[in-house]
Structure formats: C-alpha cells, structure tokens
Design a protein around this ligand. Structure first.
Ligand SMILES: Nc1ncnc2c1ncn2[C@@H]1O[C@H](COP(=O)(O)OP(=O)(O)OP(=O)(O)O)[C@@H](O)[C@H]1O
Length: 250
C-alpha cells in the first residue's frame, strides 16, 4: 500500500525536527531514506507509528490518513521493525513471531501455528524456533523480528536501519528477502551501497527535510552526496546494469 508523507512538520519540545517532509513510498517498491546522523529519519518513522504528533501535514496509507488510528488499527495496516534488537523477557523465537497473530483476528491453534511456521520458513529460521531470544546473535534476533513483521500479514513494512550490527552476508540476506517479498517497503539505511543497489526510489534527507528523491542513480550524484554527507561519492552502474556506490577515500 502506498505511503504518502504530505508536508510533515514535527517538533519535539520546542525544537523543530522535521520541516515539511514530502515523500512517497509506492506500492510494491522498496523506498529508502538516507541522510546524515540526526537529520530526522527515525523521527519521521516514529511519527508514522504515532509516537510523535505532527504540527502540520498528514501521513496517508493508500489515500487514507493514519491520524487518529489506535495501535491495533495501525498494526493492521503496516508492520514496523525498529533499530532495537533487545527483548526484556525470556521468549522463544516462536513466541516472538506468534505475537503478531492477534493482529489478524481470531485464529484457531492450527492456523496460528501454520502462520508462524510460514513466517519462520520465509526467513529461513525454523531451526531457531525454540531458542530463547536472549541467547540469539544480533543477526538471528533481527531475522526473528522481521519474521514477526511478515506474520502480521500486512502488505507494508517499515524498517529503521535493519542492517545495523549485521555482517555483510546477513545484510544482503535480509534485503534479498525484502526485495523478493514484493511488499511495500520503507527502509532507513546508512549504507549507500545497499541503498543504491536495493532501493527502487531513494530519498535524501538533511536537517529535517528531503533534499531530493528519485531513482538512486539520480539521487546519489556526486554534487549532492558532497552537499549532504560532505564526502566524495557517487552511484555508478555496473556492467550487469546493477547499481553500486563508489566512495572515494583519502
Ligand atoms: N525525544 C527527543 N527529544 C529531543 N530531541 C530528540 C528526540 N528524538 C530525537 N531528537 C533529535 O531530533 C533530531 C533527529 O533525530 P533522529 O533520531 O530522527 O535522527 P536520525 O536521522 O534518525 O539519526 P541517526 O542516523 O543518528 O539514527 C536529532 O537532533 C535528535 O537529537
């Protein structure tokens, strides 16, 4: 489902954090948000979850405003995978994933089990189902939280830096799964190589606003990368047509 941010202004306390953000994540696409630390990426995501209120603007899902919806109604529309990897209690991976089930309404035990197992299978983590979440590695935990998002059964998943702390193999694994899912994905990324390669559309943020949005090849141009990140880098097309990002290091 298409997500539209229309002229979103957010303040925290007396500090203005977002200054009229306009951004569209098209249905079935991967839309990335990149930008320097503190530019407001997580604030935008948290505003979508209703954790910050908007001073002005609106957030629409398939044309309908999210304003005023309660947590359950939001969870019936989209899933969220946050930066945090921790869990305070001794749940198994299976139990964590099954927490998504009530969002789908009443299901009998058999249907619930099929749903959870299907999500674990999609992420390739059936073997982890009885493991205590506390004893899993950071990458394994992230896979469990993404499986929970899949079990929610929604078309739209919003992820805030899901590749943080993961080794390169797990980073690619997670992004490949998201790509193959054909879901509407809105994802905050720091790695510009991953952003260039996986995103259909990319938005570049700086100091609370979107500097530019479009295809990664258009957005990650040398001049703009320098303006926003202060480094020398640019997107480049490889022989097979895939997009990469070249960073010049001194
Ligand atoms: N609860 C809060 N109270 C006060 N200031 C906040 C709060 N949350 C965020 N901020 C400030 O808002 C700005 C944007 O923060 P945000 O976390 O959205 O940035 P970000 O782009 O996600 O950064 P990063 O890449 O480091 O995760 C920062 O200056 C941050 O200090």
């Amino acid at each position: 489902m298409k997500i539209e941010y229309q002229d979103v202004y957010v303040s925290i306390g007396r500090t203005r954090i977002l200054y009229g953000v306009n951004l569209t994540a098209e249905s079935g696409n991967i839309t990335g948000i990149v930008g320097p630390n503190g530019c407001g990426k997580s604030t935008l995501i948290k505003t979508t979850l209703g954790l910050h209120s908007m001073k002005a603007g609106d957030i629409l899902l398939e044309g309908s405003s999210l304003t005023g919806l309660n947590n359950k109604q939001l969870a019936q529309r989209f899933a969220y995978v946050g930066q945090e990897n921790s869990c305070m209690f001794d749940f198994t991976a299976y139990e964590i994933v099954s927490m998504a089930v009530p969002i789908r309404g009443r299901l009998n035990k058999r249907a619930e089990r099929a749903l959870v197992m299907n999500a674990l299978e999609q992420l390739g983590i059936v073997h982890l189902r009885d493991r205590n979440i506390q004893n899993l590695s950071g990458g394994e935990r992230k896979l469990v939280f993404i499986a929970r998002a899949f079990a929610q059964g929604v078309d739209t998943i919003i992820l805030d830096e899901p590749t943080n702390h993961l080794d390169i193999k797990h980073q690619l694994y997670i992004l490949d799964i998201l790509k193959q899912s054909k879901k509407t994905i809105l994802i905050v990324l720091h790695d510009l190589r991953l952003a260039a390669h996986y995103c259909d559309t990319l938005y570049l943020m700086k100091q609370g606003n979107v500097v530019c949005g479009g295809r990664p090849s258009e957005v990650l141009q040398k001049k703009r990368v320098h303006q926003v990140f202060g480094v020398e880098g640019f997107a480049l097309e490889l022989e097979d047509g895939a997009l990469d990002f070249h960073l010049k290091m001194n």
